[in-house]
Design a protein around this ligand. Structure first.
Ligand SMILES: Cc1ncc(COP(=O)(O)O)c(C=O)c1O
Length: 337
C-alpha cells in the first residue's frame, strides 16, 4: 500500500511547492558540500560504527541505541515490522496523521486504531500496542502538552504498549518546545528525520533512537537491509549536529516565522479558513472548491487533505514571499475564469 504524500509527483516539478513540508530555504553549505563529496565507489561501513558513535554522543545515548535508516518512511516500516515480530497485533495512529503509520501496519495485517485526541487514546488503549505520536503532528501542526504526556505515559504503562515518537518536524517547530518528558523519551522509540528541515528530501537518511530498555531493538536491527543508509546519507547525518547546521536551522526558523505570518494574512484576505499551528505547515479550507488542479497546471501545488479524512481542506507549508504572491495572483485569476 502506497500512502499519499505531498511534494514531488509524476508530473513536472512544481514551481511553488506548498504541498511539501520541507523548508524552502536550502541546506547549510558545509553539510551540502559533505553530501556532494560522499564516496560512492565503496560501501559504507555495514555496522555504521563511527556514525552511531557520533550520533549517540550528540543525543546522549549509547551508540547501540542508534539505528540508521534510509529515511523516516523506512524507519516506520521497520519499526512496524519489529512490533509485529515481537507479537504486537495493534497499532494506534493519530487521525488526521501521516499516512505511513497506518499503511505500514495494514500491510502487515495489524489492527489499526485511530485517535483524534490523547484523551480518546488513553480511554481506549487496553491491549499492548505500538502507539504513534507525531510531534509536531503532520498535518495539523498540533503538539502534546504536559498533561497529555502524563496521561499517555500512564495509559502506556497500564496497557504494556510501546510509544514511537516521530520528531520529523521538531527542527521546524516555530512556536513553543516539545513537552515530551525526558523519562518517557528514554522509554520511547524516537525517529529523527532531518532531511525536511535541511531542504534535502531527496537524500534518504534518518535514524531511530531505541528505548533504553531495548524493546523491539533486536528485531529492528535484524530486519534492516545491509547498508540501509547510503554514503550521502551517512555524510548528511554526520553533519546534522554541527554548529553551522544548527545556526542555519535557527535562521530558517526565524525566517519561516515571519513568512508564515504573511502567508496566513494572504490566505485570510482570500477568505480561507485556517487552523492554528506550532509548525511550518497547517490546515486550511479554501473559499472556493476545485482549485487544486488549475493551480497545479500553473506550477503551484497544495496538498489535498482528503486522504487525511478532511475533504475540502488543504495542507500548506510556509513558502517564500514570491511563492505567496504567485498563489494569491493565481487564485484571483481563477476567480475571474
Ligand atoms: C511525519 C513524517 N514522518 C516521516 C516522514 C518521512 O520522511 P523521510 O522518509 O523523508 O525521512 C514524513 C515525510 O513527509 C513525515 O511527514
Amino acid at each position: 500500500m502506497i500512502a499519499e504524500h505531498g511534494g514531488s509527483d509524476s508530473g513536472p516539478a512544481p514551481i511553488h511547492d506548498f504541498s511539501s513540508n520541507a523548508s524552502p530555504l536550502g541546506p547549510p553549505p558545509g553539510l551540502l558540500s559533505a553530501v556532494l563529496a560522499a564516496g560512492r565507489s565503496r560501501y559504507p561501513d555495514p555496522a555504521y560504527l563511527a556514525l552511531r558513535t557520533h550520533l549517540g554522543a550528540a543525543e546522549g545515548v549509547d551508540a547501540a541505541r542508534v539505528l540508521p535508516a534510509s529515511g523516516g518512511a523506512e524507519a516506520i516500516r521497520r519499526l512496524s515490522l519489529a512490533a509485529h515480530l515481537s507479537g504486537l497485533r495493534e497499532v494506534w495512529v493519530p487521525q488526521p496523521g501521516f499516512g505511513d503509520y497506518a499503511a505500514a501496519a495494514l500491510a502487515l495485517g495489524l489492527q489499526v486504531h485511530r485517535y483524534a485526541s490523547v484523551a480518546e487514546l488513553c480511554l481506549a488503549l487496553a491491549e499492548p500496542a505500538l502507539v504513534w505520536v507525531c510531534e509536531p503532528c503532520n498535518p495539523t501542526g498540533d503538539s502534546l502538552n504536559d498533561a497529555d504526556w502524563l496521561a499517555l505515559d500512564a495509559a502506556l504503562q497500564r496497557s504494556g504498549s510501546i510509544l514511537a515518537v516521530d520528531t520529523a518536524y521538531e527542527p521546524l517547530r516555530l512556536m513553543g518546545a516539545s513537552q515530551l518528558p525526558p523519562a518517557l523519551a528514554e522509554r520511547a522509540w524516537r525517529l529523527v528525520c532531518p532531511n525536511k528541515a535541511l531542504s534535502l528530501t531527496g537524500v534518504r537518511a534518518a535514524y531511530m533512537l531505541a528505548p533504553a530498555s531495548g524493546h523491539l531493538a533486536e528485531h529492528a536491527r535484524n530486519v534492516a537491509p545491509s547498508w540501509v543508509l547510503s554514503s550521502e546519507g551517512v555524510n548528511l547525518l554526520m553533519h546534522w549536529h554541527d554548529e553551522e547546521t544548527q545556526a542555519h536551522l535557527r535562521h530558517v526558523r526565524a525566517q519561516l516565522r515571519a513568512w508564515r505570518d504573511t502567508q496566513y494574512t494572504v490566505l485570510a484576505e482570500l477568505g480561507w479558513q485556517q487552523r492554528p499551528t506550532c509548525a511550518n505547515f497547517w490546515l486550511a479550507k479554501p473559499k472556493q472548491t476545485g482549485l487544486l488542479e488549475p493551480l497545479r497546471e500553473r506550477g503551484i501545488k497544495l496538498r489535498d487533505a482528503t486522504s487525511f479524512g478532511l475533504p475540502g481542506w488543504v495542507r500548506l507549508s510556509t513558502q517564500t514571499p514570491a511563492a505567496q504572491l504567485a498563489l494569491r495572483q493565481a487564485i484571483k485569476d481563477l476567480k475571474k475564469t
